[in-house]
Design a binder for this molecule. Structure first.
Ligand code: PLP
Length: 448
């Protein structure tokens, strides 16, 4: 089949979604409630999700490798969590007061990640990173935040810079130029260049914020020494080192990547997995810095950093879902073994198939995360967000459409995939076989 055939097939099987999408465009800008959820020609509309499957309004059932923005490590609606949520529904959905279950989740995080000496819950990852940089500015008395090109920390205004290629161009309207002066961009994995930039802004450098694995920018691993180099510079300079572990926290093992890499961030952010499928964000870190968020101290507002929480922070539904997700992960270490093995098996399998078919591609990832990048004359290997951005994205989107249209396999087009504990080896084999069949004729996924 050719690209146009996949397109026709997708349209034929998603007629109801198409109707809904065009009606949704009247209600929502772009027809969606998150920019990345749109893909061409239009997204299917999900009716329900269970285990490893998404079911759309047209009756299609997709094997899901997107897993709710990679948040659902146990799959969709795992019974160990939903049973507890059903019970919680009877006891209240939003207390708006201090509550015991938030203490339980906070305590679990504290035991799993020693540097979570203190935690403040909020409702999204974007909020968590916004709080982290406000705390860093309070603690350091400085203003500039360094982030990496392609680094994604959510839609908080402060960090909405150099996210999408071309990095020097504004991320959109509504951003004030003056604010941009307080954010500086570094090139991921190029320590020498990054240190040069940091040196030039060191007097006003409040913090460096970085994901330990670039997630949204293409599932890119840090080179040896890169993150340590940034941490060392920040901490010697009296600036804070912030790790954004919103994707990586509890993704590869019971804890955070900072422990595996022996990093010691001053602050870090969590989200996704710790919410067990419900909205969450958390800023955590050393007491020395987190204590600035203590608004109970005597004094006026000049003595603390107002980082909030919000109406829905620490709501009992999210706290219960998060707590029972972590408990499930802690109790059964085979979960990490299983999903990490699936990731490894799939990366190896995809690489082998693409090599055999003489498709120039690189498969990146670690543990249960993986992504294919199609290479071209400009990009021969993937080390940074720039490499990922300049790789053959059109081919990737077309491959993702082919998987959806003809094989009922869903990746959010252009984004990395993740295994959950609902997946097994048969799912990996299904993906490998589908990939082989799509590339049997290399012209298949190119537009005609
Ligand atoms: C590394 C990272 N930080 C922050 C965020 C923002 O989290 P949220 O979408 O919950 O606001 C994301 C979301 O994908 C992320 O991947």
């Amino acid at each position: 089949m050719k690209y146009d055939d996949y397109l026709e097939l997708y349209k034929t099987k998603t007629f109801e979604s198409m109707n809904l999408y065009f009606r949704a465009r009247e209600i929502f800008p772009g027809g969606v409630s998150h920019n990345i959820r749109f893909f061409k020609p239009y997204p299917f509309f999900t009716r329900k999700a269970r285990g490893k499957f998404l079911y759309d309004v047209d009756g299609n059932k997709y094997l899901d490798f997107w897993n709710g923005h990679w948040a659902l490590i146990l799959g969709h609606s795992p019974s160990k969590v939903t049973q507890k949520l059903r019970k919680q529904l009877k006891s209240g959905t939003l207390y708006g007061t201090a509550n015991e279950v938030s203490f339980k989740l906070g305590w679990e995080i504290n035991k799993a990640i020693p540097l979570a000496e203190n935690t403040r819950f909020c409702s999204t990852g974007s909020e968590a990173t916004m709080y982290a940089i406000r705390l860093a500015r309070s603690a350091s008395g400085k203003r500039v935040i360094a982030k990496v090109e392609g680094g994604w920390h959510g839609f908080n205004t402060n960090l909405l810079q150099s996210v999408n290629y071309p990095y020097e161009v504004d991320e959109g309207l509504g951003l004030i130029e003056d604010e941009g002066h307080f954010v500086e961009s570094l090139q991921f994995n190029d320590l020498e260049r990054s240190l040069k930039v940091l040196e030039s802004i060191k007097d006003d450098l409040a913090a460096i914020i970085v994901e330990p694995v670039l997630g949204g920018a293409g599932c890119i691993l840090p080179k040896n020494g890169y993150l340590h180099g940034l941490q060392e510079f920040a901490q010697k300079n009296g600036s804070l080192f912030i790790l954004d572990e919103i994707v990586t926290g509890f993704r590869f093992s019971y804890g955070a990547v900072m422990d595996n890499l022996k990093l010691e961030p001053d602050l870090f952010t969590l989200g996704k997995i710790i919410g067990g499928g419900l909205p969450i964000g958390a800023v955590c870190g050393k007491k020395e810095f987190m204590k600035l968020a203590d608004a109970t101290v005597e004094g006026d507002k000049s003595t603390y950093c107002s980082i909030g929480g919000g109406t829905f922070s620490a709501n009992p539904l999210t706290m219960k879902a998060g707590y029972h997700t972590l408990k499930t992960l802690k109790k059964d270490p085979t979960i990490y073994e299983n999903i990490n093995n699936l990731g490894e098996f799939t990366r190896t399998g995809l690489t082998k198939i693409l090599n055999e078919m003489k498709i120039k591609a690189e498969v990146t990832g670690i543990g249960s995360l993986f992504m294919i990048h199609f290479l071209n004359d400009k990009v021969r290997s993937i080390n940074s967000a720039l490499d990922a951005a300049l790789s053959n994205k059109e081919m990737l989107n077309n491959y993702n459409l082919a998987l959806m249209a003809n094989h009922d396999i869903f990746f959010l087009p252009g984004k990395m995939g993740a295994f959950s504990n609902a997946h097994d080896k048969k799912d990996s084999m299904k993906l490998l076989n589908a990939t082989r069949s799509i590339f049997e004729n290399p012209g298949n996924v190119k537009p005609s």
